[in-house]
Design a protein around this ligand. Structure first.
Ligand code: ADP
Ligand code: MG
Length: 365
């Protein structure tokens, strides 16, 4: 009898606690978390209802993941792991974090597969052209300085020892991971959310994305707008329905300066040391990881319209390019892009299939 009573008492004690737990208000989906990182914005959309305290925990975990990448890979922070590496004595091996090693390995792979178009040692030139942390005027740099810095760069100037997790500089190069770190940050946040059991979400850092699951309870895929390559308008040229992949876009229409009516992009061709000049206005890459998509989007932006699509075909990359054409632009896709998006979807968007004459998208007919 006493035993039963005490059990009852225990139950009464527990009841308010349990009710307390349940009364935590549920936030309806979608839940959007926003902030600033890597000199740009980030947003995470959680497409599942969650308790407020769960959302708060996730938000803290997301910030932590982003700040860890920033502390490791930013060239804008003197105290970052990468800045320390950039100041390390030439020829001396440095032990690096697994995260930084991973990004250096991805960079090396994309560099090789793009015949050096992607080159993280362009940092010195990025700075020279005023697109880096070195406070330089937005103007065409003197030829002698350009030649000097161009002579110093090359992907072979950074050696990796993946066995021991070490790297060293083989010349006075300045490593710049800006073209891949945003994507890597997206991957880290995505991995964190998955580890927390979240199944339906979108992570976006400055236009580099990871998509998982559905955007609502009706099993609808995420919708991603590919922008018109025009700095004066923020309009979606195409809206793609996608999920369970990463996506990155590189464009020459947002980050540039102008001198004497000429536009200088922040994408540097490592072969010339100069900003790219071709007609390729934007490159969108779908891949398994955002780090790879990000690096490839930059690499293909360097290569230009024709070589970008040839390389995409050779490497089996899913790519959509927008190319300037007179007052408008033309779209082209690689075979892997057509496969991933579906040819029916391409037809609906009015994008020609690979091999067909390119679609001219904004000509009045
Ligand atoms: P976008 O999304 O427009 O491609 P990213 O942010 O991915 O831009 O990368 C652009 C940045 O990458 C530049 O600001 C510069 O720091 C760096 N960068 C420029 N040219 C190259 C290159 N050829 N290879 C690797 N990184 C580059
Ligand atoms: Mg990039």
């Amino acid at each position: 009898m006493t035993r039963r009573l005490s059990l009852f008492a225990l139950f009464m004690l527990l009841l308010p606690v349990m009710l307390g737990g349940c009364s935590e208000p549920l936030r309806e989906a979608p839940i959007t978390l926003k902030g600033q990182i890597f000199g740009t914005y980030y947003q995470v959309i959680l497409a599942e209802p969650m308790r407020r305290d769960e959302v708060a925990d996730l938000e803290a975990g997301i910030r932590e993941a982003l700040e860890a990448v920033d502390a490791s890979m930013s060239t804008y922070r003197e105290d970052s792991e990468l800045s320390a590496f950039n100041h390390s004595p030439i020829g001396e091996w440095q032990s690096l974090s697994p995260e930084l090693m991973q990004v250096l390995e991805i960079s090396r792979r994309v560099s090789r597969a793009s015949d050096g178009a992607f080159d993280i040692t362009v940092g010195g030139l990025v700075n020279l052209w005023s697109f880096g942390p070195e406070a330089r005027p937005e103007t065409v740099p003197p030829e002698n300085l350009l030649e000097e810095r161009l002579a110093q760069i090359g992907p072979d100037k950074v050696e990796l020892d993946t066995e021991t997790g070490r790297a060293r500089r083989l010349g006075d190069v300045y490593v710049d991971l800006s073209a891949v770190a945003k994507g890597y940050g997206v991957d880290r946040v995505g991995a964190y959310l998955e580890a927390q059991g979240v199944e339906h979400f979108l992570v976006d850092i400055g236009g580099e994305l990871v998509l998982r699951g559905y955007r609502n309870g009706e099993a609808m895929p995420w919708r991603v707008g590919v922008e018109v390559p025009d700095e004066h308008r923020q309009v979606a040229q195409y809206v793609l329905a996608l999920t369970d992949l990463a996506l990155a876009t590189s464009g020459d229409y947002r980050n540039y300066f102008e001198e004497d009516g000429k536009r200088y992009s922040h994408t540097i061709d490592p072969r010339t040391g100069r900003p790219v000049e071709h007609a390729l206005a934007s490159v969108t890459v779908l891949d398994d990881t955002a780090a790879e998509a990000d690096a490839w989007a930059t690499a293909l932006s360097v290569l230009g319209p024709r070589a970008a699509l040839d390389t995409a075909r050779r490497e089996g990359l899913a790519v959509l390019t927008l190319e300037r054409d007179g007052e408008g632009w033309r779209s082209r896709v690689s075979p892997a892009f057509a496969e991933r998006v579906g040819e029916g979807a391409l037809d609906k968007l009015g994008i020609n299939r690979p091999g067909q004459a390119p679609a001219s998208d904004n000509e009045e007919t």
